[in-house]
Write a protein that binds this ligand. Sequence first.
Ligand code: ADP
Ligand code: ZN
Ligand code: ZN
Length: 718
Amino acid sequence: MRIVQVEPLSTARALRGPFDYLLPEDFPEVSVGTRLSVPFAGRKLDAVVVAIGDRSELPVERLASPHSVLEPSIQGDLVGLALWLAQAYCSTPARALQLVGPPGGSSLAGPKLRLYATITDAGRVALGGTAEQLTSGQRAVLEALADGSLPAADLAAGHQGLRRLEGRKLLELEKRTVGRRPPASLIDPGRLRPDLTDEQSRALAEVVAALEGNGGDHEFLLHGVTGSGKTEIYIGAAERAIAQGRGVIVLVPEIALTPQAVARFTARLGDTVAVIHSALSAGERRDEWMRLSSGEARVCVGPRSAVFAPVADLGLMIVDEEHESSYRNDGDPGYDAREVAAWRARSAGAVLLAGSATPRPESARRLKRLRLENRADGAPLPPVDLLDMRGVRGVLHPAVVEALAEVRRDQGKAIVLINRRGWSNFLTCRSCGRAWSCPDCDVTLVLHRADATISCHHCGHSEAVPEHCPDCGSASVARHGAGTERIETELAEIFSNGEFPVMRLDADTAAKRGAGERTLADFQSASAGVLVGTQMVAKGHDFPDVTLGVVIDADATLRFPDFRSEERTFQLVAQLAGRAGRGPRGGRVLVQTIAPETRVLELAAAHDADGFLELELSRRDALGYPPAAALVRIVCTAADEDAADLVADALVEAVEQDGLELLGPAPLFRLRGRSRRQIVVRSVDREALVKAVDAAVAAVAGKPVARGATIGTSVDAG
Ligand code: ADP
Ligand code: ZN
Ligand code: ZN
């Protein structure tokens, strides 16, 4: 008797599997990870086999049988990963299993088919002799096929003509799947395969020793200053793993913004690389997933979701720019791809290699550190000046204007970072003080001058720029603060001409597929110019001719009231600084701030990542923040304030227990018309904490008080 335990892929939180099913005698072979179509509560659901056995707690007569097996199946070890993930992030097995399944689930796009013609032996004979009667057209077709097969569309004959030849057995027609490959990158990958520096060789040797099973450490943090050539080490290690016949996963932050890293991997490792990312068409995604699943491709490069790629016999897990917050998934499950990567690597016996110039404090504490102290080309890191903006009128410090003028004169390039898109971040009425805010969220509306709207950056609400104040009728409206759009315009007014273009990169300009990469490619190939943008401009780009970096408002990230604000500020300034001075012309960095004595900024200006890590770890130890303790944030939303309070109180009551410290409930700003409350739970015992929260959420979610409410959790988020 074959009994399988399956998890139906239903998104209902209250539903808790696994459920037993009986396999009939003639049912095909199944294993952990096989996808099934099963009858469930009167419906037909997709499900995944999570265990196999020969007994059930229920009487066999009461067990239903699956309808059928669904292709393709999920790699067995990824089922284990999903079940762990569901638990670790207070989610459900069904939601976690969806992450490791084929893209699109059962509604996944079918393979693309193309008709091919192949000459037969009889066809060759006919071609050689004269006995068989061939028209000149038919002869031409068979001649074209002399070397084997061709797509039917490439032959100078219609469908009917080909079918006629097929009928005479002179050729065969068959449909073949053709792989859809993502379009090639626009970005120039740069210089390939340099001789490694001594530092690079030493770091690579340690990783290789781990891959070969020598040496104790299996989890590394490649802490190398910006421009130290970390990518060469990733590639060298990947080549070694591939030579061992093992698979590799390379996680990169947002793929549209890191085309260069992707281009380098594909240029060096070739066809064995599959790229998975959200901007691919459904068909491309499916085909890349299948190439991995079949083993045709052994390396997967992609953003956080690539941590679930079906790479068999994983040998190496790389996390590039490991400090990036995009590794965290905001949805449900609210997983952190870096933690998932570490778990998967450990359970597969693979080597974990995370890298950054500005690593997270928790990684610095936990992983074996490999250091690259120098830039690969031996150039020094650029000097960084903090500019005091107190008392300065306008958004640009005179020293910044002067430095940009110099860059234009020398026909160089500059990158200007302002971490806010739009024109002004809010509008007020000059006579009555009214502020324009979102009707559905408690935030101000941001002015976007190009399309004459004010819009909410949280829900997308947008309205026309007001001409009068609806409260007092005044026509005088004040604009406060600056965003990317305004800086772009101001710079264009001062500097722009044909030889010195001003380009902008932010969520607005990069909204269209490929647009962000286009802007980066334009900036890369321009002979001179300025790139203005949000943090997108501070990603790992390697443009050697950038001689000036500017941060407009370095304090912006410090104003966020959470325990990661210091970390974010340090990373942003240090990363932007890392984009400048990568070439023979050197470079410099200017940082505008209203608090130049801030320790984090001083450390960033001194490129002192070690000093920052030390300071930050001691602060977190003292205050009980990760990694000293674990934090789970629970956010509930409801239709109004009272309902939100009730759910929050129920959650507090359910989660309260010895060893857990509770903060809140605290109100969060209203979002999309929903009232929100936040509870933070802290403990030094991570496992107990997660278990307690999971149980509390499940209990409250099933209560009447939670009807119409949503409850979400995230672990160790800022
Ligand atoms: P990181 O990721 O550490 O910031 P990259 O991997 O982008 O640095 O490398 C920075 C630049 O240095 C790239 O242009 C790369 O081609 C170059 N590079 C890397 N290693 C070497 C080397 N050993 N010799 C010369 N150039 C190198
Ligand atoms: Zn008014
Ligand atoms: Zn809104």
